[in-house]
Design a binder for this molecule. Structure first.
Ligand code: ADP
Ligand code: ZN
Ligand code: ZN
Length: 703
């Protein structure tokens, strides 16, 4: 008997190959089995999607014979139906091929292992069941929950969800996740929980908390900072059902978890849950879908939820039946630590070119003198965003991008943050020869230098000089650098910390009593309608780094403060921030979004095209738009004209995009599906000739 198997393999994104390829097999392999199959001249990993008996003579008469499967990795249990459904849904929803999503969801090392190597690997990996049970028993008891935590946990147990846990920074959300997982494992020792976090650099702290609570064999991590063998080991432990808890970044949403019962998405508003290349999936949205499909409870948590989730969790009111999510509220910080007082500095009243106002410098100086820590945050790395000539109009433009190259003083380079093009700083203006070229504006590197001068005379309580440190993508390039720099802050070896948004998120710094945003105004008037939402959340997160330890504050006799330097102190965003009033901010934003028919009241997708010329990119998009006329449901979808991307040219490639929008998600999806073949076809038309690549971004997070 011979079998014809449909196998998902990774095919080039825009090849004409279909979703699955057919292969012949002498045995029937169940769906979900990993196989090695020939593709072109290579042998690649694939996942069996379906199979049926095939008469061998059929292939002889029906064109070329299908190739046989090269081998099955059948030491591994097949990937379950729920997992395959998740992959199938993600492929459909985000307009990608099944094989691309399926293979990207597997640990890379699986691609290189032969059946024999894998079998050997599995033997080594196997943990005797008694050892796993023992480990789970070693779990530490949790802290006695606060009244708010108790209420949240009780509703979590009683209701079906999905849940949005809206809790202030430091209100004990992580403790709620821990206790929810503990309750689950008490009830059902074989269950699995998936806990997702946005950033790798936050994982060590959280990982330690989970391992401390549940024992180190029960918890495995999955993120891109791990080596391939580590990732494979974690993945196998999850797939075998040996790991109780998988902690990971967005990629973990695709982990194979046969007994998944609970999914936590911490900091659910974080943009990093949206993959920004290839298949542009939202791990948060997939988590909600997966939870429903697998009957696992889903808890999204944040101090500043995305407006989508906030709207989805609105209570019923009048004719409005309310959203699908249950909202759990934890407004109070643990230990009754007050949220920091927000102080706005009107930069319009400061002398021109003031970097840090005198009042702020004074406040930081006092804290240094008392031995407390301060944090200044500026969302721009490097020394200065532009280098300019005072005589002519030369500026440090990147020759390959529509952007300036940033001046990095530390190695005297001009670096493009978009394409990476780097050169040594010229001695004189390349255009007129003037030796006097000067930095314009300020990045973290320059701020750090400036602070050193300003605080030269300030002394710590023991009379020693102030210690200033900087954490950003430049300072943390080396392996392990971030960990050691964070450790120095935790150990109290830093008095003033300067950094980008890397330092604003998540870290549980205990001795920081003042946080300042040096120049957050840019986002107030951005062309991206999500910019205010991002800014608000970033400032709330930053504020959340100050005064986390009530006992420390009391012992110091200090109050926690968040300083914001702005030219627009009357802006309602800052007004809401001053009151720590996320609901007020959200209500205003949602009103604006409703009036303008924007998400969450509408659904969007972007068609993006890269080409040698801007005209070429736009011609393709406009032709695509014309071709969409008359497609199924197209009348329910608004198509906007093609426009240049916010950064129009990167690495000599011109970028353009076209927005489509609909009040109906179904209509948008239907139209996108009908559109795909037309888009592929357009590549062969004159309008598509100049196009290097194109893609569809469903639910784009930046416009
Ligand atoms: P969040 O995740 O909301 O920022 P955490 O869960 O990290 O908050 O809690 C903030 C701090 O309060 C942590 O140091 C944590 O150990 C402590 N904490 C949380 N819950 C309790 C509790 N029930 N009793 C005592 N301390 C708690
Ligand atoms: Zn010049
Ligand atoms: Zn560049």
């Amino acid at each position: 008997m011979s079998w014809r198997l449909e196998v998902a393999v990774q095919t080039p994104a825009h090849s004409a190959l279909g979703d699955v390829l057919s292969y012949a097999s002498r045995e029937s392999l169940p769906p979900g089995t990993l196989v090695r199959v020939p593709l072109g001249r290579r042998e690649v990993l694939g996942v069996v999607w379906s199979g049926q008996p095939a008469a061998p003579e059929l292939s002889d008469t029906d064109g070329p014979a299908i190739k046989p499967v090269a081998g099955a990795l059948d030491a591994l249990a097949p990937l379950g139906e729920a997992w395959r459904d998740l992959v199938g849904f993600a492929a459909r929803y985000y307009q990608r091929s099944l094989g691309e999503i399926a293979l990207a969801a597997l640990p890379p090392q699986l691609r290189d292992l032969s059946a024999v190597q894998l079998a050997r690997r599995l033997k080594r990996q196997a943990v005797p069941p008694e050892a796993a049970a023992e480990a789970a028993g070693a779990a530490h008891a949790g802290l006695p929950p606060s009244a708010e935590q108790t209420r949240a946990l009780a509703r979590f147990e009683a209701e079906p969800g999905p849940f949005l846990l809206h809790g202030s920074t430091g209100s004990g959300k992580t403790e709620v996740y821990l206790q929810a997982v503990a309750a689950l494992l008490d009830r059902e020792p074989g269950a699995q929980a998936l806990v997702m976090v946005p950033e790798i650099n936050l994982t060590p702290q959280l990982e330690a908390r989970f391992k401390d609570r549940f024992g180190s064999t029960a918890v495995v991590s999955l993120h891109s900072g791990m080596t391939h063998p580590q990732r494979l080991a974690s993945w196998l432990a999850a797939h075998a059902g040996a790991a109780r808890i998988v902690l990971g970044t967005r990629m973990a949403v695709f982990a194979s978890l046969p007994t998944l019962r609970l999914i936590v998405v911490d900091e659910e508003h974080d943009p990093s849950y949206k993959q920004q290349e290839g298949a542009r999936y939202s791990a948060r949205d997939l988590a909600v879908w997966r939870g429903r499909r697998e009957n696992a409870k889903v808890m999204l948590g944040s101090a500043t939820p995305s407006l989508e989730s906030w709207h989805q969790s609105r209570p019923a009111e009048g004719d409005d039946p309310g959203g699908r999510y249950s909202r759990l509220e934890m407004p109070t910080r643990i230990g009754t630590a007050a949220l920091p007082a927000v102080r706005l500095v009107d930069m319009g009243r400061q002398p021109a070119r003031t970097v840090l106002s005198d009042a702020l410098l004074e406040a930081i100086g006092q804290r240094v003198a008392r031995g407390e820590q301060s944090m200044i945050f500026l969302n721009r790395r490097g020394y200065a965003p532009v280098l300019a000539c005072g005589d002519c109009d030369w500026k440090s433009e990147c020759p390959h991008c529509s952007a300036y190259r940033v001046f990095h003083k530390i190695d005297r380079t001009l670096r493009c943050h978009h394409c990476g093009f780097t050169e040594r700083v010229p001695r004189a203006c390349p255009s007129c020869g003037n030796p006097d070229i000067a930095p314009v504006g300020r990045g973290t590197e320059r701020l750090e230098e400036h602070l050193g001068e300003l605080f030269a005379a300030v002394k710590r309580p023991d009379g020693s000089p102030v210690r200033i440190a900087r954490i950003d993508a430049d300072s943390t390039r080396k392996q392990g650098a971030l960990q050691s720099q964070l450790a120095a802050v935790h150990a109290g070896e830093v008095d003033v910390l300067v950094g980008t948004q890397m330092i604003a998120k998540g870290h549980d710094f205990r001795r920081i009593t003042l946080v300042a945003a040096a120049n957050p105004d840019g986002a107030l008037f951005s062309s991206d309608f999500r910019a205010p939402e991002r800014l608000f959340s970033l400032l709330m997160q930053s504020a959340g780094r100050a005064g986390r330890d009530a006992a420390y504050l009391a012992a110091q006799g200090a109050t926690a403060e968040m300083w914001i330097q702005t030219h627009h102190p009357q802006h309602p965003l800052f007004e809401a921030l001053r009151k720590h009033d996320y609901p007020a901010f959200a209500q205003r934003e949602l009103q604006d979004r409703a009036a303008a028919g924007m998400p969450p009241f509408a659904f969007q997708a972007l068609l993006r095209a890269d080409a040698r010329t801007q005209e070429g990119a736009q011609a393709f998009l406009n032709a695509a738009s014309a071709a969409a006329e008359g497609l199924e449901r197209a009348e329910l979808v608004t198509r906007y004209p093609a426009v240049p991307h916010a950064i129009q040219r990167v690495a000599n490639v011109e970028r353009a995009q076209l927005l489509i929008e609909s009040r109906s998600r179904v209509a948008l999806q239907k139209m996108l599906w009908a559109w795909q073949p037309l888009l592929h076809g357009l590549r062969r038309e004159p309008e598509g000739k100049g196009v290097i690549r194109w893609l569809v971004d469903v639910d784009p997070q930046s416009i």
